[in-house]
Design a protein around this ligand. Structure first.
Ligand SMILES: Nc1ncnc2c1ncn2[C@@H]1O[C@H](COP(=O)(O)OP(=O)(O)OP(=O)(O)O)[C@@H](O)[C@H]1O
Ligand SMILES: [Mg+2]
Length: 299
C-alpha cells in the first residue's frame, strides 16, 4: 500500500499541510477535514475544437494555485499532442504516456517525477506525442493515474480535449466538477446540447456539470440571454473574447493572471477558480460590456 491517510489538525483555511508527504518509502496522504478546500478533480471538455478548452483549463489551474496556494496539478488528457505544457512554456521530459507505460512498475507516489513544474507553482503532466493515444486500452491506467494524483494534490485539473472518448469519460466520472466549454455560435451550441446528454450518460449528474461560454463578448454573436433561452439552460460562467491578452499569455508561457489583463477578463477567470474552490467572489467591480471598452483593449 503506497499511501496512508493521516488527518491534518487544521482548523480552517490556514492549513499549510501538503496533500501528501513522503517518509522513507511510505507516502502519507493528508485528509484535510478542517480545511475549507476539498481535494478534487475538475475536468474541462470542449464542445468543439478550438473553443478555448485548454486556455480555460490552464488559467483555471493557475488561478486555483494562486488563490489557495495548495498543491495543484494539471493533466493533458487530449488524444494526440496537447497544448497544456506549451501554453505554460514548458518542455517536460516525461508525458502522460510515460506514466501510463511505466505505471505497472512504479510506486504511485513516484508520479511526482513525471510532472513538469511551472514557476507559478503549478505541476503539469503533459500530453505525449502519439496521435492515437491515450487510447481506449489506456483507460485503467488513466483511472489509476488520476486517483493517485488526487491523493497527492489538492486540486487536479484535467484538459480532456474536445472528444468524449473512453479516457475522457473516465476523467469525467472521477470529477467533482465538469466544465463544458462552448462558444456563442450555432454549431457549438448544437454540439453542447448533444454533449450534455452524452456526458450525463457517462454517469455525471447534472449538478456536477457547468457550462462556460468562452469568447462571450465577440461582436455579432448570440447574447447569453438568447443562448439560455434557446438551450433552456443557465450559462454558469462567461469569459470575454480577448485574443490579444490570451495570445500574449501563451507567447510568454504564463497564465493571464500574470499579465496586466483587462479587469473584466481577469475577474471572469478569477470567478471561475473561486467557484471551483468554494471561495467567495473577489468583489471586483466588473466593467460593462461596452464595445468601445473592448475595442480599446485591442489597441
Ligand atoms: N477568451 C478568448 N478570447 C480570445 N481568444 C481566445 C480565448 N480563449 C481562447 N482563445 C484563442 O483560441 C484559440 C484556441 O484556444 P485553445 O487552444 O485553448 O482551444 P482548445 O479548445 O483547447 O483547442 P483544441 O481543440 O485544439 O484543443 C487560441 O488561439 C487561443 O488563444
Ligand atoms: Mg486544447
Amino acid at each position: 500500500m503506497f499511501q496512508h491517510l493521516q488527518m491534518c489538525n487544521c482548523q480552517g483555511s490556514t492549513c499549510a499541510a501538503p496533500a501528501a508527504i513522503r517518509k522513507g518509502n511510505v507516502a502519507f496522504s493528508f485528509w484535510h477535514t478542517g480545511c475549507v478546500y476539498r481535494v478534487m478533480i475538475v475536468s474541462y471538455l470542449g464542445t468543439k475544437g478550438g473553443t478555448g478548452t485548454t486556455t480555460l483549463a490552464v488559467n483555471g489551474a493557475a488561478d486555483i494555485r494562486r488563490l489557495t496556494n495548495k498543491p495543484t496539478a494539471i493533466v493533458d488528457l487530449r488524444t494526440g499532442p496537447g497544448d497544456v505544457a506549451l501554453f505554460l512554456g514548458l518542455r517536460p521530459r516525461y508525458t502522460v504516456l510515460h506514466a501510463i507505460d511505466q505505471l505497472a512498475w512504479m510506486d504511485h507516489g513516484a508520479l511526482f517525477k513525471y510532472l513538469g513544474h511551472h514557476e507559478c507553482g503549478l505541476h503539469v503532466l503533459a500530453a505525449g506525442d502519439e496521435f492515437s493515444r491515450p487510447a481506449p486500452r489506456d483507460v485503467e491506467a488513466i483511472e489509476q493515474i488520476l486517483r493517485s494524483l488526487n491523493a497527492l494534490y489538492d486540486f487536479v485539473i484535467v484538459d480532456v480535449g474536445n472528444s468524449l472518448n473512453a479516457c475522457g469519460a473516465m476523467a469525467l466520472q472521477l470529477s467533482e466538477m465538469v466544465m463544458l466549454v462552448a462558444n456563442p455560435d450555432v454549431p457549438c451550441l448544437r454540439n453542447l446540447q448533444r454533449l450534455i446528454d452524452a456526458v450525463r450518460l457517462t454517469g455525471v449528474s447534472g449538478e456536477r456539470l457547468k457550462i462556460v461560454l468562452n469568447r462571450a463578448s465577440e461582436f455579432g454573436v448570440l447574447s447569453t440571454a438568447q443562448i439560455e433561452r434557446v438551450l433552456g439552460l443557465a450559462i454558469d460562467f462567461s469569459v470575454n473574447s480577448d485574443y490579444r491578452t490570451v495570445a500574449s499569455a501563451v507567447n510568454s508561457g504564463v497564465p493571464v493572471s500574470a499579465l496586466r489583463a483587462p479587469a473584466e477578463l481577469h475577474h471572469q477567470l478569477d470567478a471561475i477558480a473561486r467557484a471551483i474552490c468554494g471561495l467567495p467572489d473577489s468583489g471586483v467591480v466588473t466593467l460593462d460590456h461596452d464595445p468601445a471598452t473592448a475595442i480599446r483593449h485591442q489597441l
